[in-house]
Design a protein around this ligand. Structure first.
Ligand SMILES: NC(=O)c1ccc[n+]([C@@H]2O[C@H](COP(=O)([O-])OP(=O)(O)OC[C@H]3O[C@@H](n4cnc5c(N)ncnc54)[C@H](OP(=O)(O)O)[C@@H]3O)[C@@H](O)[C@H]2O)c1
Length: 338
């Protein structure tokens, strides 16, 4: 891989990280089966290419994803391992049968979650720590305050946020410095542009963008007749159902025409578009194979000029997607959608 890795800063108080981060979720959960050896090889290839930010959640297959990252880090050359920064989400409560049963943001729970994550990752500190969804029963000040205590003790370096709206962002930022907000942002998920993005920019908070390929929907690799396992998030995601899917893949066809004209892939175009939205935004790439990783990293070499950007936005206008980005019950947990 010959990509020269550029860096971006996570807000005014956060760390300098690679311009693309690696989101490891799909290596353990939510998108059907993944190959363990290939997942680890993908993490190693990412580190080798200069990716420094690894994103996970303690609830991605109940610790499986953290243990996978821990194993990959242990097997990586020391120089690469030392450059790696971990971004960890916590708070989601799980059942042994894989169910989801709410969120826990109480200070004692935060410290408990962190203690287990440090063990599973095999690290002495977590670089960015954030609750995945706010706990409606616990003020954000208490959850963020608990992370601030972990920072004082050296177990965490920075406080992050995930899927919260402007008011919560302001309350959190008044409690402790916030490095970044992790939130869905892509050509077909542009809701943050109204209020959330201006708010984080005003406060000097960065963005780690996920779902940049809308979970594969706008990657150019998703086919109309793809069968999804029952435990695949996309089997229940409104955007992947029936007529919505047909409509959304028509948008991808329009994007493909532009990508082909510029000699890059659809996924690279979609990632490059997010990269073009501001130096304060770090896309998290959901690659779980070296092939997908190489394609994603190629987006760093794509320069979209004003004419390209106009053509892309004409092909995929803001709010053009059919279907919400989460099923109804999960939308209800999104403070960012209130
Ligand atoms: N804070 C939150 O609430 C939240 C929520 C979701 C995710 N995240 C984080 O964000 C990360 C990225 O999210 P995501 O996985 O939904 O992102 P994504 O990049 O939108 O989707 C990844 C999916 O796209 C497919 N894909 C096709 N071409 C690809 C390419 N060139 N590169 C990468 N993927 C390609 C992959 O499928 P195949 O592997 O089948 O090819 C994979 O299933 C996650 O790993 C997680 O760490 C955070």
């Amino acid at each position: 891989m010959t990509t020269t890795m550029r860096t971006r800063s996570l807000g005014t108080t956060g760390p300098q990280v690679s311009a693309l981060g690696l989101g490891c979720m799909g290596m353990s959960a939510l998108y059907g089966d993944a190959d363990r050896a290939e997942s680890i090889a993908t993490i190693h290839a990412a580190l080798e290419a200069g990716v420094t930010l690894l994103d996970t959640g303690d609830f991605y297959a109940m610790g499986h994803n953290e243990m996978l990252i821990g194993e990959a880090l242990r097997a990586a050359p020391a120089a690469r391992r030392e450059q790696a920064l971990t971004s960890v989400k916590f708070g989601a409560l799980r059942d042994p049968d894989g169910g989801w049963s709410g969120y826990d943001g109480r200070p004692a729970a935060v410290k408990n979650f962190a203690a287990y994550s440090l063990q599973r990752l095999g690290v002495d500190h977590i670089d960015v720590y954030r609750i995945a969804r706010i706990d409606p029963d616990v003020p954000i000040e208490e959850t963020v305050g608990a992370i601030a205590e972990l920072i004082e003790k050296g177990y965490v370096r920075h406080v992050g946020l995930s899927e919260v709206g402007a008011e919560t962002i302001r309350r959190a930022a008044a409690t402790a410095p916030i490095s970044d907000l992790q939130i869905e942002y892509s050509l077909i998920s542009r809701g943050i542009e109204r209020e959330i993005l201006p708010t984080v920019r005003e406060l000097g908070i960065g963005v780690t963008a996920y779902g940049v390929l809308s979970r594969g929907l706008i990657s150019g690799h998703f086919s109309r007749d793809r069968q999804l396992a029952a435990n695949d998030f996309r089997a229940h995601s409104p955007r992947f159902q029936g007529e919505n899917l047909q409509h959304n893949l028509n948008l991808v066809d329009a994007l493909r025409a532009i990508a082909e004209r510029t000699g890059v892939t659809v996924a690279q175009t979609a990632i490059a578009w997010v990269l073009s939205r501001g130096a304060d935004i770090v896309p998290l790439i959901g690659a779980r194979t070296r092939e997908r990783l190489a394609e994603s990293l190629g987006a760093l070499e794509v320069t979209l000029d004003a004419a390209d950007l106009a053509a892309i936005e004409e092909a995929v206008p803001a709010d053009a997607a059919a279907g919400d980005r989460y099923p109804g019950a999960q939308m209800a947990h999104l403070d960012s959608e209130r």
